[in-house]
Design a protein around this ligand. Structure first.
Ligand code: 5AD
Length: 360
């Protein structure tokens, strides 16, 4: 029996074993994906849950070295989708029976921003007749704000740790109070305290990132006992600090391969959590999201941001769906899901089974 075969049959997920799995090739690699498929089949089934994604604003007060919408990028036109336009997107999600939606923004901490999100949450409850699941992804906020949004109707919150390794974290972010690893971690714990279904994630294939870092990222997610995960490949953006290290970035093929293995291993480690097939997967390779679903993901987030604004929400270069609303139309999403051998689930919130069990 090969080492990989042994690790998988014993479900041994110490750092060394995870590294071995991340480096597996050929038959061993096939075994990893087969095991992930088996676990997904048993614990999740072949349903894919949908979340209509609204990229609400690209205003951001941070300057993360990898991200195209950082405050210091002066080339970008800043936008905020208006409430009537948001209401239209909510109506679209409701009419299409997607079951859930995600509000994603740059990071802004202010009373007026808190209020804007609160008003949107009220609109979601009203338009969705209380039936829509709501995920927020609005960065680090005070526990008071997290509580207020929860009370206004949010169910889930996604806050990526980006990298669980402190040293790497500080290579990816400016060294100042605004970008602090411990505050990030505290925010994640506060979200759990507030009762959110809590999600995190990392970027894969970053400059300076090692396979050991990625193994630690997975152990971090297990230790934190997360309910959801959204992770995907790092993609260069010319107008960012990190771009100067572009030669240190693994090939597209390697980033895709690593991302798929991360999803597969996490599925086996945390069987009943929600894992998203992210847009970044799609950006690096055509069919990237299908591949993620096959590897173990069970969540898709079709973009429902009004077309006008999509171009300005460029976290990284070559983001798909810009200028083509058809990319994420109901028909193409459905075809994508079928190609992955799954079925689209309509009219269900698709809450994390892990969370439901955890709070019992
Ligand atoms: N490549 C891949 N993902 C990125 N994100 C931001 N910039 C990039 C990039 N260059 C991800 C981060 C962030 C999420 C909103 O988008 O993980 O949390």
């Amino acid at each position: 029996m090969s080492t990989v075969c042994q690790i998988l049959s014993e479900e041994r997920f110490d750092k060394e074993s995870i590294v071995t799995l991340l480096m597996s090739e050929g038959n061993d690699r096939e075994l990893l994906f087969a095991k992930a498929a088996e676990v997904k089949h048993e614990y999740i089934g072949n349903k894919v849950h949908l979340r209509g994604l609204i990229e609400l604003t690209n205003h951001c007060t941070k300057n993360c070295h990898y991200c195209g919408i950082g405050a210091s990028n002066k080339k970008l036109q800043r936008f905020m989708v208006s409430l009537p336009e948001v209401e239209e997107a909510i109506q679209f999600t409701y009419a299409n029976n997607y079951g859930s939606l995600v509000i994603q923004t740059g990071e802004i901490q202010s009373e007026s921003f808190t209020q804007i999100i609160e008003d949107i949450l009220f609109a979601i409850t009203r338009i969705g007749k209380g039936k829509l699941g709501v995920t927020l992804s609005c960065g680090e906020q005070s526990i008071r704000t997290y509580r207020r949004w929860k009370a206004a109707g949010a169910h889930r919150y996604l806050l990526r740790i980006e990298s669980s390794d402190r040293n790497l974290y500080y290579k990816l972010h400016p060294n100042n109070k605004k970008h602090n690893y411990h505050i990030r971690l505290e925010a994640l714990k506060n979200l759990q305290k507030c009762g959110y279904q809590t999600g995190t994630g990392v970027m894969i294939g970053l400059p300076f990132q090692t396979i050991e870092n990625l193994a630690d990222d997975l152990l971090f997610m297990r230790n934190l006992n997360i309910d959801m995960c959204g992770m995907g490949p790092y993609i260069e953006h010319v107008d960012t600090e990190l771009y100067k290290y572009k030669d240190l970035v693994p090939t597209k093929k390697a980033r895709i391969d690593l991302s798929l293995k991360m999803i597969a291993i996490l599925r086996i480690m945390m069987k009943d959590i929600n894992i998203a097939a992210t847009t970044a997967m799609q950006t690096l390779v055509d069919g990237g999201r299908e591949m993620a679903l096959v590897a173990g993901a069970n969540i898709l987030m079709p973009n429902t941001t009004p077309g006008l604004y999509r171009e300005q929400y460029a976290l990284y270069n070559d983001k798909p769906g810009i200028n083509e609303e058809a990319e994420d139309s109901k028909q193409s999403i459905e075809k994508l899901i079928i190609r992955a051998g799954c079925v689209a689930s309509y009219g269900e919130q698709g809450n994390s089974i892990h969370y439901t069990k955890r709070i019992k």
